[in-house]
Design a protein around this ligand. Structure first.
Ligand code: NCD
Length: 316
């Protein structure tokens, strides 16, 4: 089959496949689609097309918002049955090859870094990476960028502090790549010793800091992540990291004088105190909401419908 595809290619497994122009095109489509993403709104841009969600790791937000996005675009959804042929020792590769025969686009999450790119090469339909091990989670970054753009009106000249498990957190790895596509941004990291940002992601714009430095920097964004326990096999280390994490748990009192917006890809497991929810700094559930129109934009563009999105009336 011949597929109309996104300007950057068939698939989206890494932020490295995008550049500023492509990211902006996604953000523009998201902006156009936002008024159409309210409850009860349905478009027919993806009518007759099927999204298959293949999640080999747990998910609440990514699975749900891709589903809501496809339904809102007028498309249909498929998920694996509770008892798939993986039980009969079928390989994940054959499962990917199989579901691609009766779907138009796949969203895949897997526990192994680099695997989604490999799966994508097995099939002719577009494949979106919904998180591959500790590697990347590009659609989370695009919704994070949308949240920041809405907040600051620009994605340039921002100070962003990443906090938490910077070694294993795929959302951070993609986010740093996304923020770096835009000029004049500065990135900082706060992590327990042993969970620092991998060297290949450090650059001249990156600085490892301590929590107290935050008060001097007064960053635009504090992007918090959980310790990725499932990627740390040693229980003693897991306990040590979680203990150390308490030093920089975000509380309302700690951030009261700052201009910073608090972001988190979720799930949060103690890194952000409940008293921060609803505080003027907190944007974590806004991020979730922006996932809807951002993923609508990504699906529409990757299925070849960018023009239809851009021709939608701007007010509805
Ligand atoms: C993240 C993920 O799966 O990488 N969640 C998400 O998709 N919003 C973050 C995490 O699990 O820590």
């Amino acid at each position: 089959m011949d597929y109309k595809c996104a300007p950057w290619g068939k698939d989206l497994w890494s932020m490295e496949q995008l550049n500023l122009e492509y990211a902006d095109r996604i953000l523009v489509c998201a902006e156009v689609l936002e008024p159409y993403s309210g409850r009860g709104n349905k478009l027919d841009i993806c009518k007759g097309e099927i999204l298959y969600r293949l999640f080999f790791e747990p998910s609440t937000r990514t699975h749900g918002s891709f589903g809501a996005a496809m339904v809102t675009l007028g498309g249909a959804l498929l998920d694996p049955p509770e008892r798939s042929s993986l039980e009969k020792k079928e390989s994940k590769e054959d499962m990917v090859r199989t579901v691609a025969q009766f779907s138009d686009i796949l969203v895949i999450r897997d526990d192994t870094s680099g695997s989604v790119e490999k799966y994508a090469r097995l099939v002719s339909i577009p494949v979106i990476n919904a998180g591959d091990g500790s590697n990347e989670h590009p659609t989370q970054t695009l919704l994070d960028l949308r949240t920041m753009k809405k907040e600051f009106g620009t994605l340039e000249g921002l100070d962003v502090v990443y906090v938490g498990d910077l070694l294993n957190g795929r959302t951070v790895h993609s986010n740093i790549r996304g923020i770096r596509m835009y000029p004049d941004n500065r990135v900082y990291g706060i992590a327990p010793r042993g969970l620092e940002l991998p060297d290949y992601l450090k650059g001249p714009d990156y600085k490892q800091i301590t929590f107290d430095d935050i008060y001097d920097i007064n960053p635009h964004v504090i992007y918090v992540t959980r310790i990725q326990e499932e990627r740390i096999p040693d229980q003693r280390l897991r306990e040590q990291f979680n203990k150390e994490k308490e030093l920089y748990t975000i509380t309302r009192a700690k951030i009261s004088g700052l201009r910073s917006k608090i972001m988190h890809p979720l799930p949060r497991v103690g890194e952000i105190a409940d008293d921060v929810l609803g505080d003027p700094h907190e944007r974590i559930f806004k991020q979730v909401r922006h996932g809807l129109e951002t993923r609508m934009a990504i699906l529409a563009i990757m299925l070849g419908h960018e023009k239809e999105v851009l021709s939608l009336p701007r007010a509805c």
